[in-house]
Design a protein around this ligand. Sequence first.
Ligand code: ACO
Length: 225
Amino acid sequence: MDFSFDINKLFREEITLIDNRLQPCRQHGIDRYGFQQLQKMLYEVVDKMGDASAKAQGLHGSITTGKKLELANHHLYLMIDGSGNDGKGSALGILKVGRKKLFVYDSLKVQHELDPLCILDFYVHESRQRMGCGRRLFDFMLSKENIRVEHLAIDRPSPKFLSFLKKHYGLDSTIPQVNNFVIFQNFFSNRNDGRGRRNITPGGFADQVSPKRPSSGKVILLLPI
Ligand code: ACO
């Protein structure tokens, strides 16, 4: 996706992690006004990529906007081709992740309260799909977040995304849940992020309760089907 301005002023690397401060990369000798102008451009790139993602997924509203990012503790990975658009750079893809409090059933139908890292939005521009950009973006995120792919929960994966996960990571076999989040076999194996975890047996007892993380929003209940 191309813009009228030079996006290389905002992003120095092929993939940039943007958090709730929405800071463009540092420029020497820039004053407050200059910084605000750059930040405005950054919001525009995030908003337009979020819109394109929503369109590609047939959604009515965008999951990713600059404003939403500002208000949540999520991470947005944004990929560019610095040489695109006659040297002004093109935005190629976005991948948004964040922790959510979920009640998740394992394959024995035991319910667990967890706050796993979730894939919330993933999009590669139509002109660059099926060329390996998604894989590079996803691998970068896995390494930065220091997480194994099977430990992720995925919010309503599209058929293309399911095909992507199967092809690149061999993720095929899901543990059924009734809500929109999808988890795969081995989701519960060797986790090192059991913070705030509570196992709720069918009898209703919590066998382990530890301090809760700050609330990441609404509680989502996943039930077995
Ligand atoms: N049809 C079926 N599978 C596809 C398609 C497609 N049109 N495009 C990509 N894939 C899958 C396939 O497994 C493909 O391998 P193949 O070409 O050998 O069949 C593989 O992805 C290609 O891998 P990459 O090139 O690394 O991935 P890409 O750069 O295309 O990015 C992505 C994958 C992000 C899913 C991209 O296709 C896309 O943006 N799709 C539209 C938006 C979307 O569906 N996003 C996921 C929404 S769900 C969520 O965000 C939680």
